[in-house]
Design a protein around this ligand. Structure first.
Ligand code: HEM
Length: 511
């Protein structure tokens, strides 16, 4: 075979020189490893340079195993990502310490900037702050007024997406159908009729999560100095907002014009989420012509609301179909509550068994193994003496917390009425059992100041959807048998996206 000349001449090294070179390289790597400011925090997976990449690879495939291993051995530990270390606090005591740090010390905003690349995905006007204010404020307070609309949209979207008759079973892809239904119902509350039924709008808000993920995955792979150059050129999230603006723009512009002309109180002013967002955006950005800020808030709100709630809905339905013995008690409860209160917020509030069912499903299947993302803005010292240097990403683990036998008896088992059984006994602990209540032991909604501000809405919405199904349909898994397995990708927990559900209208349905 002819030899190929590269034109480069390598120096001839003696065996002694080669040994010296290898020792020098290993020494340098060892020195870098020792001088890592996180060196003293125990590691799950290999911590040596280069080998830690194996840990990052393992994390992609078995985050749950690594987190449970860490929690079984340490109060605080670190795991390697491909580009940095993640410090994880394990257990309720440390979860509580983490959530108590003020933003100046442990910043959620800065953490989200890294995790979601928010400046290039959700936008530059801090849409999360406005969404949080409008969702945690008026949307939650006015849930009793909003519920009839929510219920109306549940009925309409089931008719359009599931349909079916009393004589035949219809089959739908479970996660996809639940996502479309939740998107419609949520947008009935966010942007109202007729927009929540606009197919392009619904497709856009459902697809927005993928747009965010594509953008942030690319940006997480490139060095910081390139991010502003590349980030603003990645088209997906801004294209999605432009599509939304084409649909919502005329209404948003008209409501803004009225607010600018008549002030914040005027006759005929609408009292809904879109209006509250426009009002906040005016306060924040002044009276310019652009509706970009409003579109950023509406897309960010959808990003926070849709996939979290539709996963929660799908997990619960998978349990229900795999354990049909729970259909009757839940159906009976829904019938009783709706008979007494009608289709109202009071009715879903009274569905304690359904509340517990969802809470337990989310305990075992949170949206991710991790929550409470924070970035250390200055050095801090946890009560066990662990020192966290500035710039470190610190998180809590849902899975590590929720699967602890110290907190939950038979922690790995699905016991649907675990929480309602305690609640019905009354006493000090009763209120803590509600689905929306976060605590250091129950963190799928985060905990503390930055906990999910949509959890009251989410709880009411998914319970209303469940009650609607129980009262109007028989439901089963197409394949029958056990609950379809989750899909795990890195820290994400995804309800099985391939399983199908079958629905048949009940003879005695009462929508
Ligand atoms: C079962 C459904 C849901 C789950 C599991 C869930 C979970 C979460 C989690 C884990 C966080 C982050 C907490 C942290 O960083 O510590 C969060 C934040 C948030 N969620 Fe939810 N969420 C759900 C539904 C919703 C809905 C329906 C809405 C809107 C109506 C919503 C709006 C928000 C907002 C605005 C934030 C940001 C809060 C902040 O930055 O302070 N979520 N959610």
């Amino acid at each position: 075979m002819p030899s190929i000349s590269t034109g480069i001449e390598f120096p001839q090294l003696s065996p002694l020189e080669i040994c010296g070179l290898i020792t020098a390289v290993l020494g340098l790597l060892y020195w870098r490893w020792r001088s890592n400011p996180l060196h003293s925090i125990p590691t799950v997976g290999p911590s040596l340079p280069i080998l830690s990449y194996y840990g990052a690879w393992r994390y992609l495939r078995d985050a749950k195993g690594m987190l449970l291993e860490g929690c079984s051995k340490y109060e605080i530990f670190k795991i390697p990502l491909s580009d940095q270390w993640l410090v994880v606090v394990g257990g309720p005591k440390m979860n509580d310490e983490l959530r108590k740090y003020p933003d100046e010390t442990m910043s959620a905003l800065e953490a989200h900037k890294y995790v979601l690349q928010t400046e290039y995905t959700l936008g530059t006007t801090h849409p999360d702050a406005t969404a949080k204010k409008c969702i945690g404020g008026p949307l939650t307070r006015k849930l009793p007024q909003i519920m009839p609309e929510v219920v109306d949209e549940i009925a309409a979207s089931f008719e359009d997406i599931v349909g079916g008759s009393k004589d035949e079973w219809v089959t739908v892809p479970a996660l996809e159908a639940m996502t479309d239904i939740i998107a419609r119902v949520t947008n009935r509350a966010f942007v109202g009729l007729p927009f929540c039924r606009d197919k392009t709008l619904i497709k856009t808000v459902v697809g927005f999560a993928k747009d965010v993920m594509k953008t942030k995955t690319i940006l997480n792979m490139i060095p910081n100095f390139l991010k502003p150059i590349v980030g603003h050129r990645l088209p997906w999230t801004s294209a999605a907002r432009r599509r939304m603006a084409a649909i919502l723009g005329a209404t948003v512009n008209e409501r803004r014009r009225q607010m600018i002309e008549y002030g914040t109180e005027y006759e005929g002013k609408t009292d809904d989420y879109l209006t509250w967002v426009i009002e906040e955006d005016l306060k924040f950005r002044g009276k310019g012509d652009s509706i970009d800020g409003v579109m950023e808030v509406i897309s960010a709100s959808n990003f926070a609301a849709i996939h979290t709630s539709s996963m929660s809905m799908t997990h619960a339905l998978y349990y229900l179909c795999a354990m049909p013995e729970y259909i009757e008690p839940l159906r009976k409860e829904a019938e009783e509550m709706i008979k007494v209160h009608g289709w109202t917020k009071a009715a879903v509030d009274g569905m304690w068994k359904a509340d517990s069912f969802f809470k337990e499903a989310l305990r075992l299947n949170p949206a991710a193994h991790l929550t409470l993302f924070r970035k250390a803005m200055k050095p801090i010292v946890f009560s066990n003496g662990t020192v966290i240097p500035t710039g470190t990403m610190v998180v809590a683990t849902t899975t590590g917390t929720h699967l602890s036998e110290n907190l939950y008896e038979d922690a790995a088992e699905f016991k649907p009425f675990r929480f309602s059984d305690v609640r019905s006994k009354g006493g000090d602990d009763a209120l803590r059992q509600q689905f929306h209540t976060s605590s250091p032991d129950y963190i799928p909604f985060g905990h503390g100041k930055h906990a999910c501000s949509g959890r009251w809405f989410a709880a009411a919405e998914v319970k209303a959807v469940m009650a609607y199904i129980l009262l109007n349909y028989d439901v089963k898994l197409q394949e029958g048998g056990a609950r379809p397995a989750n899909v795990y990708v890195g820290p994400s927990i995804i309800a099985n996206p391939w399983a199908k559900l079958m629905f048949r209208k009940r003879k005695s349905a009462h929508a």
